[in-house]
Write a protein that binds this ligand. Structure first.
Ligand code: C2E
Ligand code: MG
Ligand code: MG
Ligand code: MG
Length: 288
């Protein structure tokens, strides 16, 4: 697609669509098909305790298994979904799938689900969360919704209402990409935030840049002073993990502890159980 500004002229002269608009329409059409079909996937990335690296839960991260373009990351298609009614369909799919998956995990593990600002402010959002919990049987305390600071920036009455309805049930809220938005402090002040996730752009420089180290220390102090849980995002090496541990960060996520990956499907897990049972029966038969 043209990036030189000439598309505005094309639009005026022939009344047709620009190449970018055609691309976007195609993407939207494809995404509708993906939602109807079986092309969307949730990958899961571990969230661990920094003290002993025990697994605390997973963040669900969407992927699109595109029939011709391969596995697409969210950056390749989420904006297209944001432009229209697809936002709520996609968000609903993610919530239902993540709750269903997490309901099958050991009871201590929590699931983090990213929620778009637009979807959160839509009518029916809290009902959707309640339905996803009820249908899956996942206890609300095991669900954490991740929102970005921009969400709070235009925190409409509808957003505050939805947030209070879901948190009243026991669902918790995380402020994602903490420190990168314009309104981190306002968000902490206005919303019932449970967890802050220190953005990976800070973590990347924490060992090498003293000014970034001071900034991260400040974010840690702020989070701890407010009684919040703090997760450092994007930890790629053990030096970063060690720095954060020594400076009082309790939880972490990043390639150093595991990349986002598909979980074994329920069907596979069930099959594995059957195989184990069969093997146990055969072993017992041999002993008799
Ligand atoms: P996020 O919520 O901040 O998720 C963390 C992103 O950092 C993920 O990118 C993850 O793969 C990446 N990451 C994790 N550890 C490391 C690391 O050590 N190094 C580096 N370089 N990257 C790391 P991903 O999966 O591409 O997702 C990008 C963003 O897309 C997410 O950022 C989130 O804002 C959005 N997103 C993902 N899934 C969903 C979803 O289901 N719904 C909505 N609304 N947004 C989603
Ligand atoms: Mg997130
Ligand atoms: Mg983040
Ligand atoms: Mg992000």
């Amino acid at each position: 697609a043209k990036k030189d500004g000439s598309r505005a002229r094309i639009e005026v002269h022939d009344g047709g669509l620009t190449e970018d608009e055609v691309d976007l329409l195609q993407l939207e059409t494809d995404l509708r098909r993906a939602l109807d079909g079986d092309e969307l996937r949730l990958f899961y990335q571990p969230i661990v305790s920094l003290a002993d690296e025990t697994l605390l839960g997973y963040e669900a991260l969407i992927r699109w298994q595109h029939p011709t373009r391969g596995l697409l990351p969210p950056g390749a298609f989420l904006d297209a979904a944001e432009n229209n009614r697809l936002t709520s369909r996609l968000g609903a799919w993610v919530l239902r799938q993540a709750c269903t998956d997490a309901a099958g995990w050991p009871a201590g593990l929590r699931v983090h689900v990213n929620v778009s600002a637009r979807h959160l402010a839509e009518e029916g959002f809290s009902e959707l969360v309640v339905a996803a919990l009820d249908e899956s049987g996942l206890p609300p305390e095991r669900l954490e919704l991740e929102i970005t600071e921009s969400t709070a920036l235009f925190a409409a009455e509808a957003t505050l209402q939805a947030v209070s309805e879901v948190t009243a049930r026991g669902v918790t809220l995380a402020l994602d990409d903490f420190g990168t938005g314009y309104s981190a402090i306002t968000a902490l002040h206005r919303l019932p935030i449970h967890t802050v996730k220190i953005d990976r752009s800070f973590v990347a420089d924490v060992v090498t840049r003293p000014s970034t180290a001071a900034l991260v220390q400040g974010l840690l102090n702020l989070g701890q002073g407010m009684g919040l849980q703090v997760i450092a995002e994007g930890i790629e090496d053990l030096e970063q993990a060690d720095w954060l541990r020594r400076h009082g960060c309790a939880m972490a996520q990043g390639y150093a502890f595991g990349r986002p990956a598909p979980l074994p499907s329920r069907a596979e897990a069930l099959m594995a159980e059957v195989l184990v049972e069969q093997a146990a029966e055969e072993a017992a038969a041999v002993l008799e």
